[in-house]
Design a protein around this ligand. Structure first.
Ligand SMILES: Cc1cc2nc3c(=O)[nH]c(=O)nc-3n(C[C@H](O)[C@H](O)[C@H](O)COP(=O)(O)O)c2cc1C
Length: 156
């Protein structure tokens, strides 16, 4: 269904309009994604995510996939901490090097974001809640990390 929705969107917006797709990289369930003996899928995880990303690229022309994860199962235990979803993006990026991949989840400073990009774990870094904690987040990153001073400009 996800693939069909992406195809329909691509058909609607045309080839020149960027299409981003956000997916849950894993269900965070305790059992393996695939049963080794039967080949049965036991949960959603990075293996199926990687396969879906390939199809999204080839069949729907998706430009960028944002790798997140969500609360989909009441028993899941999500090991939250800095960059806790980056390894999901990394796994998918390694298997789909031609697809732009973004990562999100407790990325809260410029050095952390830069390291993720430099290591090649993802092509794009996103942040959300840090903007609620610190509305000057981007300005602080520029001053602290890039050593760029923002000067106020009067326009009238
Ligand atoms: C309470 C909560 C619920 C979330 N639910 C989802 C979800 O349903 N789907 C999803 O893709 N990401 C979900 N996320 C994860 C976000 O993708 C991401 O980790 C985060 O909220 C945004 O990055 P930040 O850590 O910079 O705020 C959820 C995060 C939180 C805190």
């Amino acid at each position: 269904m996800a693939l069909n929705i992406a195809k329909r969107i691509r058909a609607e917006v045309g080839d020149s309009f960027p299409v981003f797709f956000r997916l849950s990289g894993t269900d965070w369930a305790e059992f393996p994604e695939e049963d080794d003996t039967t080949g049965e899928w036991k949960q959603w995880g990075v293996t199926q995510s990687s396969q879906l990303v390939r199809r999204l690229k080839e069949q729907a022309g998706v430009d960028l996939v944002d790798v997140s994860s969500g609360g989909l199962w009441h028993q899941q235990k999500i090991p939250t901490g800095p960059s806790y979803q980056v390894h999901l993006a990394e796994y998918i990026k390694q298997r789909n090097p031609d697809v732009l991949i973004s990562t999100v989840g407790l990325i809260t400073d410029g050095q952390q974001a830069e390291d993720i990009l430099q290591e090649g774990y993802a092509d794009v870094v996103r942040a959300a809640r840090e903007f609620l904690r610190n509305t000057d987040f981007v300005l602080d990153v520029r001053v602290d990390y890039l050593n760029v001073v923002i000067l106020g400009v009067l326009t009238h």
